[in-house]
Design a binder for this molecule. Structure first.
Ligand code: PHE
Length: 361
C-alpha cells in the first residue's frame, strides 16, 4: 500500500472513530475534551499531519486537502453535537425546575379574631340587622357624660373611687369637668342623642354602641377592662313592651334558640322603671344547675325606660318622647354562649385558648 493510501486509511478510521465518540458524548464537558483530543495542538489529527512531512512533495497537497476535509468534518460534527447537547441541557434544567402551579400553597399559622371581638361583632350585627345605627364614644370620658347627664348625682356610690378610674390632673377642654375612664357605655346615649339633635334629627332614634369600659375591680368574674354593648331607642310612645320584644328577639338570635326571658325590678339612676333581665339557663334549660346556682335563670343585662331627666339633659321633650335602653357585658355573653368558665381566659392571651375559640364557626 502506498504511503498516501495508508494515511488516507488512517484519516478515515480516525474520522469514524471520532464521530462515534462525539455522538456518545453526553455532556458539553465531555465534548470539549473530545474536541481537544482530536483537533487540539497535541490532538490525533495533528499527529497524522506529522506523517505528511514524510511524503514526497507532490503528494503533500493531495493528502493536505484530505486532512482539511477531515478537520472540517470533525469541526462540523462537534458544533452540531454541541448544539444538540446545549438544547438537551436546557430542557433538563427546565424539567428539573418545573413548578406545579396547581399544588395548594403551604400556609403559615392563621390568626383569628379575639373571641371578645367576635362577640362584639356578632352582637352589634343583630341590632344593625334590626335597623339600629352604630355609634361610638370616647373611652376617656368626662364626669358629665359618664354620670351627671345620666342622672347619677354626685353622692351616688357608682362615683366612688373604688369603682371609677379618675384620671389625675386631667380636665375636659373647658376645664370644667374631671376626666375618667368610662365605667359603662351609657355615656354614648348622651353623645349620640346630642349629635343626632345637633344634626337636626328628630326621633325616632335607634342606636347600638359597642365599646370598652373600665372599672376598678379584679376577680374571677370581674376585669378592670371589659366590653359592653349599649342599645337604646327614642320615639313617640316607646314602651316597656318594645323593650321586652327587642330583648326577646335579640337574646334568641344571639343564643340561636328560643330563650325564656324574665324582667326583674331593679334600680338604675338613668332608667325608670328599671329591670334586670334574666334568661332561662342555657346550660340546664331551666332545670337548675351549678352555673345558674340552681335557680334556672341567669342574669344577662340591665335595662329600663330612659329616665326623663336623661332625655331632658340632652334637650329632648320627655313629655313627647320616651325610650328604652339596655346595656350588656360582652365577655359575659360570650362566656354563656361558648361555655367559657373563667373570665380571665379572655385576657391571658394563651394561644391555645385563642386559636380554639378563633375557629370560624
Ligand atoms: N350602664 C349600666 C351598667 O353598666 C347598664 C344599663 C344600661 C342599664 C342601660 C340600664 C340601661 O351596669
Amino acid at each position: 500500500m502506498s504511503e498516501i493510501d495508508a494515511l488516507k486509511l488512517q484519516l478515515e478510521s480516525l474520522q469514524s472513530e471520532a464521530l462515534a465518540a462525539f455522538s456518545a458524548a453526553d455532556s458539553l464537558n465531555d465534548l470539549q475534551a473530545l474536541r481537544v483530543s482530536y483537533l487540539g495542538k497535541k490532538g490525533a489529527l495533528t499527529e497524522v499531519l506529522k506523517g505528511v512531512g514524510k511524503l514526497p512533495p507532490e503528494d503533500r497537497p493531495v493528502i493536505g486537502k484530505f486532512v482539511n476535509q477531515t478537520k472540517q468534518a470533525l469541526a462540523a460534527a462537534l458544533d452540531a453535537t454541541e448544539a444538540e447537547l446545549a438544547v438537551k441541557a436546557k430542557s433538563a434544567r427546565i424539567e428539573s425546575e418545573k413548578v406545579d402551579v396547581s399544588l395548594p400553597g403551604r400556609s403559615g399559622p392563621k390568626g383569628a379574631l379575639h373571641p371578645v371581638q367576635q362577640g362584639l361583632d356578632e352582637l352589634t350585627a343583630i341590632f344593625v340587622q334590626m335597623g339600629f345605627d352604630v355609634a361610638e364614644g370616647p373611652e376617656i370620658e368626662d364626669e358629665f357624660h359618664n354620670f351627671d347627664a345620666l342622672n347619677i348625682p354626685p353622692e351616688h356610690p357608682a362615683r366612688a373611687m373604688h369603682d371609677t378610674f379618675f384620671i389625675k390632673d386631667m380636665r375636659n377642654a373647658d376645664g370644667t369637668e374631671p376626666m375618667l375612664l368610662r365605667t359603662h357605655t351609657s355615656p354614648v346615649q348622651i353623645r349620640a342623642m346630642k349629635r343626632f339633635l345637633a344634626e337636626g334629627g328628630e326621633p325616632p332614634l335607634a342606636v347600638v354602641a359597642p365599646g370598652r369600659v373600665y372599672r376598678c375591680d379584679y376577680d374571677v368574674t370581674h376585669s378592670p377592662m371589659f366590653h359592653q354593648v349599649e342599645v337604646f331607642k327614642v320615639d313617640h310612645d316607646v314602651s316597656l313592651s318594645h323593650l321586652k320584644g327587642v330583648l326577646q328577639y335579640f337574646l334568641s338570635a344571639y343564643f340561636e334558640k328560643d330563650v325564656a326571658i324574665r324582667l326583674r325590678p331593679h334600680y338604675f339612676p338613668f332608667t325608670e322603671p328599671s329591670a334586670e333581665v334574666d334568661i332561662g339557663c342555657v346550660f340546664c334549660a331551666g332545670k337548675g344547675c351549678r352555673i345558674c346556682k340552681g335557680s334556672g335563670w341567669i342574669e344577662v343585662l340591665g335595662s329600663g325606660m330612659i329616665h326623663p331627666n336623661v332625655l331632658k339633659s340632652v334637650g329632648i321633650d320627655a313629655g313627647e318622647f320616651s325610650g328604652f335602653a339596655f346595656g350588656l357585658g360582652v365577655e359575659r355573653m360570650v362566656m354563656l354562649k361558648q361555655g367559657i368558665p373563667d373570665l380571665r381566659l379572655f385576657f391571658e392571651n394563651d394561644v391555645r385558648f385563642l386559636s380554639r375559640m378563633g375557629v370560624a364557626k
